[in-house]
Design a binder for this molecule. Structure first.
Ligand code: MG
Ligand code: MG
Length: 239
């Protein structure tokens, strides 16, 4: 999983370099697939779900929270914030990670949103310790985000990750400390704060995949796959 995570991080770093005005979201997917192919890896996203997801990354811009479908006609613009989510399968093990970054110059609100969402991820990772429960992780995300005036999604959650992309336990972005599944050394969980500026409510576009904020406000998403150890939490999807 560590190696799958390292390759996944390489994919995301490659895509991040390409976030420039005029680049299409299909171009980002093509670059991601090239890195996966080079490492002999498969995508857990491609063909996933109903209708089958057609690409190896999801690219979600501005009010799009998650699950945006790459397209040749969708081009990045100065001031956009772009969420890229990628999974990697290596030797039957899955890594799952996401980031949001700006294109060119972004608004102060967008910058704050990125900082808060990323901060929530690291506040959550800090709770990924033996002796804590999944509710401690969820509560850390919710508190971090809501105390800064933003909202967490109720509909999409973090999750166990391993031989499958989505395994138990679910780790919502809200919850009560001291509740949920006890964390044990060796558990591997994808933690993924999904944060919205104006409302917690979302809707799915007619393409049946793209999730947007119900009020059209900006959104962001950061994710790492984490291993719980006897010591500090191990981020598997960092370079
Ligand atoms: Mg993901
Ligand atoms: Mg995930």
């Amino acid at each position: 999983m560590r190696e799958a995570g390292r390759i996944n991080a390489t994919v995301l770093a490659t895509v991040k370099e390409l976030l420039k005005p005029g680049v299409s979201t299909a171009d980002l997917n093509a670059a991601a697939e090239e890195v996966l192919r080079k490492h002999g890896c498969k995508s857990p996203f491609k063909g996933y779900g109903h209708p089958p997801f057609p690409a190896s990354i999801t690219v979600s811009i501005n009010q799009e929270l998650v699950h945006g479908i790459p397209s040749k006609s969708r081009k990045l613009k100065n001031g956009d914030i772009v969420s890229v989510d990628c999974g990697t399968i290596l030797d039957g093990f899955v890594a799952d990670s996401a980031f949001t970054a700006g294109v060119g110059e972004i608004s102060r609100e967008a910058q704050t949103l990125l900082e808060v969402t990323r901060g929530a991820l690291y506040a959550a990772i800090e709770k990924m310790r033996v002796g804590n429960r999944t509710g401690d992780v969820s509560a850390a995300i919710q508190k971090y985000v809501e105390s800064r005036g933003f909202f967490v999604t109720r509909e999409y959650t973090g999750h166990g990750v391993g031989r499958q992309m989505h395994e138990g336990p679910q780790v919502p972005n809200y919850g009560k400390a001291g509740t949920g599944v006890p964390l044990k050394a060796g558990m591997t969980i994808a933690i993924e704060p999904m944060v919205l500026v104006g409302t917690a409510e979302t809707r799915v576009l007619p393409d049946q995949w793209t999730v947007v904020s119900a009020d059209g406000s900006l959104t962001a998403h950061f994710e790492h796959s984490i291993a719980v150890t006897e010591g500090d939490p191990l981020i598997l999807t960092d370079l």
